[in-house]
Design a protein around this ligand. Structure first.
Ligand code: FAD
Length: 412
């Protein structure tokens, strides 16, 4: 690693890129910071895009992570509407799409991820939308008229949140999921079954095991054909089938990449002066003794803070367990930890009451919790996850024992 860091260039003005800039300034970094974003907006939070903002309950300015004045006041040179097109590691330069080159001492790649596209017949028809950016939602809001038929492809968090808003806006919604369960990538079958029920109760036609074959229409989508030949009529389709990390710049520059840009505990890439954070980073997951790529606000904020500390030569911040949330109808789902690898599942409370929690255990230790409208289960559960505590299963499912007491006994 070279000595002085006078110039930091950050590619990607999103949650992780913005956080890196804020944390650098907060820690007293005195050099120049250039934050390059290819979207027209300053760094903003994406979660409301499939929730309150889509529903029309939030203004665009409230999405911004910092007011516009922040950047001038804190000498963060924010460049919007321009993409970085190449990284030269040897010359320590970044090229932008208008031909400009920027020199750096430390480079941060926080380019996020983009929606995965389906390569099926008709995929380029009009009114087939995706949901990643402010521009995507502004477009959706224009075409999502009450009474319109919306088909959501993919029952992950974003698809289900959009489906919930769609129903609330008066659309006729169908959700197509290829797997036998909704949220299959991110939660266990109990949570999947609960959300399937909730959406069906609200009037959404949830189709499980539905394999998409083609989009129908001339110019504009009019239907979605699924395996078996059925055509589901559609005025609007939202495709939410996961994302791909934007790692091409890093790959072309010669940085080590897998399903993300490979970084160490300091979020440092295979080049010691280059860092990566957020959705694009393949990072050590210290609580789980393995590596992975996370797609969450927590991960983007934590990554930005780690990068800033590493650039400043400060100790890394204390790491939190991965956490996430999802709002659908009147339900707040809060998740802590990663459930994959669990060998036991315990349900606390009755899903019919719309307030319950699912604890995931591995070899008797709590590795994750999904809490629906259950703040104490989430708060204490997160602590249990952080210390991978052992709990007596009988106690955890016994609602007459408070989470506070369970936590006190398990955590000492
Ligand atoms: C609709 C939606 C709902 C979500 N809900 C939740 C939620 O409830 N809870 C939660 O924890 N997480 C949620 N997430 C995930 C969370 O928003 C992301 O994990 C987070 O935004 C990742 O931050 P990031 O900085 O890595 O990427 P981003 O925020 O995507 O920022 C990356 C930025 O880099 C830009 N960029 C890419 N390439 C270039 C280039 N070459 N040059 C310049 N700029 C470039 C991109 O356009 C983008 O603006 C949601 C995401 C979406 C889309």
């Amino acid at each position: 690693m070279s000595a002085a860091a006078q110039r930091v260039v950050i590619i990607g003005a999103g949650q992780a890129g913005g956080q890196t800039a804020y944390s650098l300034r907060q820690a007293g970094f005195a050099g120049t910071i250039t934050l390059i974003g290819d979207e027209p907006a300053p760094p903003y939070q994406r979660p409301p895009l499939s929730k309150a903002y889509f529903k029309g309950e939030m203004d665009a300015e409230r999405l911004f992570l910092k007011p516009l004045e922040y950047y001038a006041e804190h000498q963060v040179d924010l460049i919007t509407g321009k993409a970085a097109t190449a990284i030269d590691l040897a010359a320590k330069q970044v090229r932008l799409d208008d031909g400009e080159t920027l020199a750096w001492d430390r480079l941060v790649i926080a380019t996020g991820a983009r929606p995965r596209r389906l390569s099926v017949e008709g995929a380029d028809l009009r009114n087939i939308a995706e949901l990643r950016t402010l521009a995507d939602v502004d477009h959706l809001k224009k075409v999502a008229m009450p009474g319109a038929r919306l088909v959501v492809v993919g029952a992950g968090y974003i698809g289900l949140e959009a489906a919930a808003v769609g129903v609330q806006l008066g659309l006729k919604v169908t959700v197509l999921e290829a797997m036998p369960q909704v949220l299959s990538r991110v939660a266990g079958p109990e949570i999947g079954a609960f959300y399937t029920h909730i959406h069906r109760e609200a009037g959404t036609d949830i189709r499980l095991g539905a394999r998409l074959e083609a989009f129908e229409g001339i110019g504009q989508v009019t239907g979605v054909r699924i395996q078996g030949g059925e055509i589901i009529p559609a005025d609007l389709v939202l495709v939410g089938v996961g994302v791909l990390p934007n790692l091409e710049l890093a790959l072309e520059a010669g940085l080590v990449c897998g399903n993300g840009i490979v970084v160490d505990a300091d979020m440092r890439t295979s080049d010691p002066d280059v860092f990566a954070a957020g959705d694009v980073a393949w990072r050590p997951l210290s609580h789980y003794g393995r590596e992975g790529r996370l797609e969450s606000v927590h991960n983007a904020i934590e990554g930005g803070k780690i990068v800033a500390a590493a650039i400043m030569g400060l100790p890394a911040p204390v790491l939190d367990v991965p956490w996430f949330w999802s709002d659908q109808f009147d339900l707040k789902l809060q998740t802590a930890g990663l459930w994959t690898g669990a060998d036991e599942t315990l349900v606390r409370g009755d899903p019919q009451s719309r307030a319950f929690a699912v604890f995931y255990l591995k070899e008797g230790r709590v590795i994750a919790v999904d809490a629906v409208n259950s703040a104490p289960e989430y708060i204490v559960g997160k602590k249990l996850v952080a210390s991978q505590a052992r709990v007596a299963p009988g106690e955890l499912v016994d609602k007459s024992i408070s989470m506070k007491d369970i936590g006190a006994r398990a955590l000492g």
